[in-house]
Design a protein around this ligand. Sequence first.
Ligand SMILES: CCCNc1ncnc2c1ncn2[C@@H]1O[C@H](/C=C/CNC(=O)c2cc(-c3ccc(F)cc3)cc(O)c2O)[C@H](C)[C@H]1O
Ligand SMILES: [Mg+2]
Length: 214
Amino acid sequence: TRSTRPQRLLAAVQKNATRGDPRSVVSAIDQFCRQKEWAMNVGDEKGCILDSVVSETNPTTVLELGTYCAYSTVRIASLLPPHSKLITLEFNPDYAKIARQVIAWAGLQDKINLVEGASGDLIPKMKEMFGVNTFDLVFLDHWKDRYLPDTKLLEKCGLLRKGTILLADNVICPGTPDYLEYIRNSPQYESRYFKSHLEYTKVEDGLEKSVFLG
Ligand SMILES: CCCNc1ncnc2c1ncn2[C@@H]1O[C@H](/C=C/CNC(=O)c2cc(-c3ccc(F)cc3)cc(O)c2O)[C@H](C)[C@H]1O
Ligand SMILES: [Mg+2]
């Protein structure tokens, strides 16, 4: 049977990227998506904004919602200080399988915990599963209608602390209107919009960075 796009993306990584070199994995995926097949990775333009937020946050504990092919997973983990942890949640086993291989090619297995399952089920288990107290940074990039419920769940589970950063992809395209409305009007958050473009296109999109005020 015909291969899937994530399988072809992985093949491009294994062909064009250097084992153990996360930046070459990121470049290989961007090249594949620009030259061969579009895929819904945060991409190189928004990726630079992601890099700057990660670098200035210098997080010890990161949560990513929606791994897909692990493009942003690798991008984030490559910037983390030693002994820091990135937990990424992916409920589709086929994508998880591809993502694990991309992460392995980048040589970042020691910094990344990919957990298969739905965020709604796993977020309440973060403390018991990983001894996480609170997250320093959360990257939201899963189904767009799940950003708001999962943010409220993170609050309820006490996984956010004063200063925790939430960074949300696609707040314009495809759009996350209920999340934006909530986070921009809540006295518990200070938000800022970083205007950019939908990955590999000229369509407007952007990232919303929100600080939890506690
Ligand atoms: C109930 C489960 C919730 N909990 C969950 N728990 C765990 N994992 C979850 C959960 N919900 C989803 N996932 C996983 O995360 C991934 C899903 C990612 C979704 N991303 C988009 O839909 C998107 C679209 C466009 C786009 C823009 C313009 C276009 F024309 C076309 C496409 C661009 C973008 O940058 C985008 O990120 C993965 C596929 C999916 O298995
Ligand atoms: Mg996205």
